[in-house]
Design a protein around this ligand. Structure first.
Ligand code: TYD
Length: 225
């Protein structure tokens, strides 16, 4: 059976990587094969593109160059890692996917949305996450968290508050427009609160995708009671 693809999206400091790790532990505890990956990156070529995008010396990068490099890393990620893993039946958890480009390159940088969407069609080859979790929180809170944890900043993190606010609003519009694929998680709470919300959302989504597995559990439950 094909695996399940979950993408974590959100603005800076929203806690995506912590949630990715906890989700992976929880799926592995259920005996599933899990791959945790990130964008830009996830493959050797993708990590090299990441260094060009986010490393030193790229301050003069044009928005169009940025869009195409994120997309190049994504194409490699999909073809080399994500699609083969899904075909093997693995669960794939990605820290960012194509909606990051809609939010950052279209809404944040101002590249026309039609161009960003057209490039995504090439990069993803039509692959869409089964579930997209938007870890949403006020932009200032996320940026403060980032500073508090002493995380390294890159040239995109250090954009103005206005930029990050456009990114956040774009994510919220995407999520509201496609509620069957997105779940909005309030990421401003404690780690325990956020995790509880994530678990609930993921359980519901898997039930919808895998009704057979769920009915097996229900049958077992009936037999036991
Ligand atoms: P990273 O350090 O991984 O940050 P985060 O923890 O916020 O994911 O840096 C990734 C940066 O790249 C982040 O600022 C968002 C940006 N980005 C885009 O602008 N477009 C994209 O398509 C992707 C995948 C990331």
């Amino acid at each position: 059976m094909r695996g399940i693809f979950i993408a974590l999206e959100g603005t800076e400091g929203s806690g995506k990587s912590t949630i990715a790790k906890r989700l992976a532990e929880s799926f592995r505890g259920q005996g599933r094969d899990v791959i945790v990956t990130r964008e830009p990156g996830g493959t050797e070529i993708g990590e090299r593109i990441r260094r060009v995008l986010l490393g030193a010396g790229s301050s003069g990068m044009l928005a169009e160059t940025e869009l195409l490099l994120f997309a190049a890393a994504r194409a490699q990620h999909v073809g080399e890692l994500i699609r083969p893993a899904l075909d093997r039946g693995s669960f794939v958890i990605a820290d960012r996917f194509s909606d990051s480009s809609i939010a950052y390159q279209a809404a944040g940088r101002g590249v026309p949305i039609q161009s960003v969407a057209a490039v995504q069609r090439i990069a993803t080859d039509g692959l869409e996450p089964d579930l997209k979790l938007l870890l949403d929180l006020p932009v200032a809170v996320g940026l403060q968290r980032r500073l508090a944890f002493g995380n390294e900043s890159n040239r995109i993190d250090t954009e103005a508050l206005r930029f990050h606010t456009r990114v956040r609003n774009a994510y919220l519009s995407l999520a509201v427009a496609e509620p069957q694929r997105w779940r909005i998680i309030d990421a401003s709470g404690t780690e325990a609160e956020v995790w509880k919300d994530v678990q609930e959302s993921v359980t519901v989504a898997i039930r919808v995708k895998r009704p057979d597995e769920f009915s097996v559990c229900q049958d077992d439950h009936r037999r036991l009671s």
